[in-house]
Design a binder for this molecule. Structure first.
Ligand SMILES: C[S@@+](CC[C@H](N)C(=O)[O-])C[C@H]1O[C@@H](n2cnc3c(N)ncnc32)[C@H](O)[C@@H]1O
Length: 430
């Protein structure tokens, strides 16, 4: 059957109508008439995939990656960058208006960086497939648990993508090749790390192979037998530290493999600079950085002359933030406290009483309990960084309609180009 695609949803699927039902079609763009193979029929909607495209959209391009359509990593590679950004911007504006009933006074220019080879962190799946008689290492197939049979990846750094074929052979050579489910990648300023999750102990020969691999390809090798506490460096002998930088602010952050960092280092630098500009900091002001992680925004705030208190649930990250403040000679302006910010009326909110400005960067669930606790006597300025437009919109609605803030600006942050993932930053003023 043929369907006329009218719009596109937040997962980059074309939306059309078929027999009075909405149909979501993979690899289909607005204004295209596409042939559709139905994948799922539900009472209120159907899903499918395009089989041919009549009159392709002017935004359609040839995907750079040969695994497009199969790999669950990127769903937007068939759309040019300009349209990807326009779609993400619309997703954000729609969420703000539909869920939060709010409208930014100004949409700021999108925060962008390189569109390929940008992922400094990745969790690759590894699977020994008996039928294929080989190990596969890569991302999962779209909507499935299979690992893509891939030998390159366009969003990983080039030198990491080049390792995929040799990583397959390495896993293949292990005595426990069926018990290595994941390889974590972390690229720092000076070193690249591969951490092999193992479900059984490695044989002596496996360890030897890992060391040789590390030496030959100049990567640091870890194994992880259980929880994060079982991470163990195999190669080289001397401990190495992972770091990333925000050069523009003369900041360097040390981080551990199990600790959260922003995945796209280039975009992170621009994002942090945008947050600082939006906060319009004055020397001596007191700022709270909530969900502060290892101090990514806190140290930039301190570098700009303000005093900062960072709150975060994870003790390890709080210790790391404290160490990072010392590393950048900013300890005198920084304080970090452990706090669970999902509890309404959490005692740590006391630390927010004399705060002039707030920066909030919560996980996907947003920060509803915290936002509710802010009340009508909240700080004069709030900058909210979000990885989920729906929860940002919900929280923005509370700030504007219940606490008397204005949503002065918003913009998208293209942290994950070629994927449908939408990050954003919004600014609120009393
Ligand atoms: C999106 S990350 C942001 C981290 C940091 N701002 C950055 O840019 O690297 C969200 C952070 O929220 C923390 N977090 C998750 N749940 C939390 C909670 N209930 N209370 C406080 N922090 C929490 C996570 O540990 C994580 O560090």
């Amino acid at each position: 059957m043929e369907v006329l695609i009218e719009s596109v949803d937040h997962e980059a699927r074309g939306i059309g109508r078929h027999e009075d039902k909405v149909i979501f079609v993979d690899n289909a763009l607005p204004q295209e008439t596409v042939g559709v193979e139905i994948k799922r029929r539900k009472p209120s909607f159907e899903t499918g995939v395009s089989t041919y495209i009549n009159s392709p959209s002017s935004s359609r391009i040839k995907p750079k990656c040969s695994y497009f359509g199969v790999c669950g990593g990127c769903s937007f590679q068939h759309v040019n960058s300009k349209t990807q950004i326009a779609i993400k911007q619309r997703v954000l504006e729609d969420a703000l208006s539909r869920i939060g009933k709010v409208h930014p006074e100004q949409m700021l220019s999108p925060i962008c960086g390189p569109t390929f080879n940008y992922r400094s962190r990745a969790r690759l799946s590894s699977r020994y497939v008996i039928k294929k008689e080989k190990a596969l290492v890569g991302f999962r197939e779209k909507g499935k648990s299979y690992v893509v049979d891939m030998v390159s990846c366009e969003v990983l750094p080039k030198h990491i993508s080049a390792l995929l074929p040799v990583l397959r052979s390495l896993v293949d050579s292990f005595s426990i090749r069926e018990r290595v489910p994941q390889i974590e990648v972390a690229c720092g300023d000076a070193v690249d790390v591969l951490a092999f999750r193992i479900l059984e102990d490695l044989a002596e020969d496996d360890v030897k192979a890992l060391k040789q691999f590390g030496e030959k390809h100049d990567v640091v090798i870890f194994t992880q037998r259980g929880g994060p506490g079982t991470l163990s460096q195999i190669y080289p002998k001397l401990p190495v530290a992972l770091t990333y930088s925000i050069p523009d602010m003369n900041l360097t952050f040390e981080f551990g493999l199990s600790e959260f960092t922003q995945v796209n280092t280039d975009v992170n630098s621009v994002l942090v600079r945008r947050a600082i500009n939006l906060l319009k900091l004055q020397p001596g002001e007191r700022v709270a950085d909530l969900f502060c992680g290892l101090g990514n925004f806190s140290l930039a705030i301190a570098r700009s002359g303000a005093e900062v208190v960072g709150l975060e649930a994870n003790q390890e990250l709080i210790d790391r933030a404290t160490g990072n403040a010392a590393r950048n000679q900013l300890s005198d302006r920084c304080e970090f406290l452990v706090a669970n910010l999902f509890i309404e009326g959490c005692p740590a909110y006391q630390a927010l009483r004399d705060i002039d400005k707030l920066l909030i960067d919560p996980p996907r669930d947003g920060a509803m309990e915290l936002i509710k606790s802010i009340g009508i006597n909240g700080p004069k300025k709030i900058v909210y960084v979000s990885c989920n437009p729906a929860t940002l919109a919900r929280d923005a609605g509370i700030l504007v309609h219940e606490h008397g803030y204005r949503l002065t600006s918003a913009s998208i942050v293209n942290m994950f180009p070629n994927t449908s993932h939408v990050e954003s930053i919004a600014s609120f003023e009393k």
